[in-house]
Design a protein around this ligand. Sequence first.
Ligand code: FES
Length: 94
Amino acid sequence: MAKVTFYKSGNSFDIPNNSSFIELEYFESNELPFGCHVAACATCVIDVIYGTQNISQKNEAEHDLLNDLDINGDKRRLGCQCVIHGDVTIEPLK
Ligand code: FES
């Protein structure tokens, strides 16, 4: 399991290793909202505060959308596109 912690609230959730942040929908916490699930809407934009090494590299669709919106950055990700391999601390952009 991987622990996902929200930086400001301190709330944390355990999700299976090698799964996506989309797993958080099962907890119905609404701390990280999702829309399309396919790198098209940017509802799920997050900053990774700790644990970037425990998340998959940005894929092309993720790069493209973040660049199009002019919000790309080293710690900026689309939650729906990340695959989590270990503990992380994140904060939604919205
Ligand atoms: S849910 Fe739409 S980009 Fe992630």
